[in-house]
Design a binder for this molecule. Structure first.
Ligand SMILES: Nc1ncnc2c1ncn2[C@@H]1O[C@H](COP(=O)(O)OP(=O)(O)OP(=O)(O)O)[C@@H](O)[C@H]1O
Ligand SMILES: [Mg+2]
Length: 523
């Protein structure tokens, strides 16, 4: 045994001697060439090929590196004995990873892939404004040469897909905003994000159950429709226009959609976007499986029609923004040339640029559908028009269940009677779900039947106010109806002052016409 150790030590000594001799005799360039040559010969005779996937690709983060890390985390958690553990920002789950210079073997369609996590110290030479990492990290993938085509064509795609899945499952959804205007952050992103934790779901959303089911089915079909969209040559996107009075649940519906599908939300603040190209850049930086929202589209911004002229209500093309409205200040011609145009917006939702991602939903909301340009309403543009109405009786039952735990099937005699009375007054009271919710919140700690009775009282007084308003307006017989409109607005917008206010019945001007109106183009 002792002899073996002696001969081993001698061997190491000889090797060290020859190495120092080589260093002394040959210049570094020659040594470098020799190593390179050796490497080439080795690669030529080796049956393996290698791929390096570094964390930083030039100055940008390499998406594939992150995807591989996430992908391997699912198998690493099962097989590894020493793992790195992390919890990414905005994530609700832990992620496992390979420790430095550790290996993991994966198989894909019969091919074996060996992954090694390589970490080396790094001292960047060049100056950078951004703090750069002190170590260089990357993965080395080793596969048999014969498996190279399979790896390049399918395996990497498979990894990206799996990683996206894992990310979606682990990560809290995000709400993005472009409130910084067009300015980019350190990573070149124009969007800022916060975790999206809105509790609204389709279960809590008060609306006609059949209509709700229809919308949910539409969303499901959309999310599962990759093959359909591919087969029919359509971009994988869908547009919803939500319209109705304030407080009827348009924003709540968007949150419910996002929660239902597990999508992120991009809340596009159009007033912060200055040009069409800025709008395009924003679109390009959105991810798949997301909902892009433009709230209050009718008064977000001064839009121009496709001829470049300002859209005028009087010209027959209804306007997004009434120049006289204080919400939508008039923009002069010189600004108009710089601002975004209607065609820019239509390109954003519908043109070639809308396809620079997939599986995206566009949602526009408005309180005044009659103010929208027909170009936005025409068939196929916004696939589904959803009217969010005043609180109906079925919607009221949902709110009562949410806030008071009131179940119709379990209601006692007195509760049943109250429910019957509610049904009678509900149709004429025209209260928004937001107003009803407020009354229910106020009374939620009371005994249930008392809370219901209280709501009935509020609804009745509302009906009374509306009746009085109608009578008064008939007496005044205002030929232009302008006063009626004003009174109606006051009575409905501030129900608390309704006793003093005198108004006329307010109805969505397009309610009947547009109710549940869905563009036939979609199917
Ligand atoms: N259909 C509804 N179902 C459940 N809750 C509702 C509904 N509509 C309104 N609410 C309640 O009223 C509040 C305001 O609703 P929301 O912001 O969704 O209305 P909106 O239609 O978007 O109003 P606006 O037109 O002013 O933006 C919500 O926080 C929610 O609690
Ligand atoms: Mg809203």
């Amino acid at each position: 045994m002792k002899e073996l150790w002696t001969s081993l030590a001698a061997l190491v000594g000889v090797f060290a001697f020859f190495q120092s001799l080589l260093h002394a005799i040959f210049p570094p360039e020659l040594r470098f060439l020799a190593v390179k040559l050796f490497h080439r010969v080795f690669c030529f005779f080796s049956s393996y090929c290698y791929f390096d996937i570094t964390e930083i690709d030039g100055v940008n983060t390499n998406e594939l590196y992150n995807a591989v890390q996430l992908y391997l985390s699912s198998s690493a958690s099962v097989s590894g004995s020493r793992l790195s553990l992390s919890r990414p920002l905005n994530s609700s789950a832990f992620t496992f990873g390979l420790s430095n210079n550790d290996r993991l073997v994966d198989t894909f369609n019969g091919a074996t892939a060996t992954w090694e996590h390589v970490v080396t110290q790094w001292h960047p030479q060049s100056f950078s404004w951004r703090p750069l990492p002190q170590e260089k990290r990357g993965f080395t993938l080793r596969v048999r040469k014969k498996d190279k085509p399979l790896i390049l064509h399918s395996y990497l795609d498979h990894i990206m897909e799996r990683a996206n899945d894992i990310r979606r499952r682990n990560q809290d959804r995000l709400l993005y905003t472009n409130s910084r205007g067009g300015a980019l952050d350190a990573r070149g992103h124009p969007w800022e994000s916060v975790p999206f934790k809105h509790p609204s779901t389709f279960e809590t959303l008060a609306m006609n159950p059949e209509r709700k089911e229809e919308i949910m089915a539409d969303l499901r079909d959309f999310a599962d429709g990759q093959t359909f969209y591919q087969k029919t040559g359509r971009a994988w996107k869908r547009g919803y226009l939500l319209y109705g009075p304030p407080g009827t649940g348009k924003s709540s519906m968007i949150a419910a959609m996002a929660n239902y599908l597990g999508y992120d939300i991009y809340d596009l603040e159009l007033t912060e976007v200055h040009t069409n190209s800025e709008l395009r850049k924003l679109l390009m930086k959105t991810t798949s499986k997301s909902i892009i929202v433009i709230e209050d589209i009718d008064c977000s911004i001064q839009l121009t029609n496709r001829n470049g002229a300002a859209v005028k209500k009087s010209s027959g093309l209804s306007s997004f923004s009434d120049p006289s409205s204080e919400l939508c200040p008039m923009v002069g011609p010189e600004e108009t040339t710089k601002s975004i145009t209607l065609s820019g917006l239509l390109n954003f939702t519908d043109g070639l640029w809308s396809c620079c991602g997939s599986e995206r939903i566009f949602v526009f909301t408005t309180n005044h559908i009659e103010k929208l340009d027909p170009a936005l309403l025409r068939s196929g543009r916004m696939d589904m028009h959803i009217f969010m109405s005043f609180c109906s009786f079925p919607a009221l039952k949902i709110l009562m269940k949410n806030y008071l735990g009131f179940e119709e099937a379990l209601a006692g005699g007195e509760e049943k009677r109250l429910l019957g009375e509610l049904q009678v007054v509900m149709g004429t009271a025209q209260m928004t779900p937001a107003d009803v919710s407020e009354v229910l919140i106020k009374n939620r700690t009371k005994e249930r039947s008392k809370a219901v009775a209280e709501l009935l009282e509020v609804l009745r007084s509302r009906v009374e106010v509306r009746k009085a308003a109608r009578n008064l307006s008939t007496m005044e017989s205002n030929p232009n109806g302008e006063l009626e409109e004003e009174q109606e607005k006051r009575a409905l917008e501030s129900p608390k002052q309704a006793d003093e206010a005198v108004g006329e019945e307010a109805e969505d001007p397009n309610a009947e016409k547009n109710k549940c109106d869905e563009n036939s183009a979609e199917d």
